[in-house]
Design a protein around this ligand. Structure first.
Ligand code: BGC
Length: 256
């Protein structure tokens, strides 16, 4: 990247807010204060695109050649959103990446939110330098997962939707369920135990990284788990999605 190039921008599209920041990829840090705008009530690709446009305009570090990485809480293949468990259904099967490129005039990479967080933790956080298989899980409204093998992301793993005791796993073990059902940490940890045991018996990972807002309270529940796989909290907190999206966007831009 030449000195005059703009910095990549990472944007995290969530249920309540759309957040973005330019990212210094050498340091793995935001280079400016994060900008957040409420997610519109009807969060169609067009409405979300308008807000992303406002976030792009907000930052001087973002120039015409700045690539933009955008996280989506669903499966994304070839720039098309394929599942929408927790976002507006109008994203489904829509050529969102192409539409956003035309609308914003930047190279755009759309990526699953957990995959972006996994890439950030791999390069700058809890999974830095880790060989073998890393599984990052984000515990939030749902459960997102990222699979990374020897530093290579295997996208769209969707292991939050494994069946657990007859339920979709995220409907039993996401942190939103802990809150909604008023579970104590030990009660919730029993469900996490079932979930992570199931995952490690299927995939035999070398490391679990646990992200999502609740990971700041990791000492309340991670020590209660009995697993053969080391399990550690994520390090980049709610910055991981933005940093990982920017990283992937720059990587894609440089490969063109
Ligand atoms: C979605 C995933 C997403 C996760 C976290 C799940 O419901 O299926 O794609 O990564 O929520 O937002």
């Amino acid at each position: 990247m030449s000195k005059k190039s703009g910095l990549p921008l990472g944007i995290d599209v969530g249920g309540s807010g759309i957040k973005g920041a330019p990212v210094d990829l050498k340091k793995g840090e935001f280079s400016g204060k994060r900008k957040r705008i409420d997610t519109p009530a009807k969060s169609t690709p067009d409405a979300v695109g308008d807000i992303i446009g406002q976030i792009v305009d907000h930052f001087d570090e973002v120039r015409g050649d700045s690539p933009i990485g955008i996280t989506i809480p669903g499966v994304v293949t070839k720039g098309v959103v394929r599942t929408a468990a927790n976002i507006d259904k109008s994203w489904l099967d829509f050529e969102a990446e192409t539409m956003l490129e035309q609308k914003l005039g930047h190279d755009i990479v759309l990526v699953n939110d957990a995959d972006a967080a996994g890439v950030a933790e791999l390069h700058y956080g809890a999974a830095k330098g880790q060989q073998g298989l890393v599984i990052l899980t984000t515990l939030g409204t749902g459960i997102g997962t990222a699979l990374i093998h020897n530093g290579v992301l295997i996208p769209n793993s969707e292991l939050g939707h494994l069946e657990l005791d007859g339920f979709d796993a995220e409907k039993r073990a996401a942190s939103s369920i802990k809150d909604n059902e008023g579970l104590t940490y030990p009660e919730w940890a029993e469900r996490l135990q079932r979930y992570y045991s199931h995952l490690e018996n299927l995939l035999w990972p070398d490391l679990f990284v646990v992200g999502g807002g609740v990971s700041k309270d990791a000492e309340e529940f991670l020590p209660l788990l009995r697993l053969r796989t080391p399990i550690v909290p994520a390090q980049l907190e709610n910055k991981a999605g933005i940093i990982g999206a920017a990283h992937l966007a720059q990587e894609y831009h440089d490969s063109q």
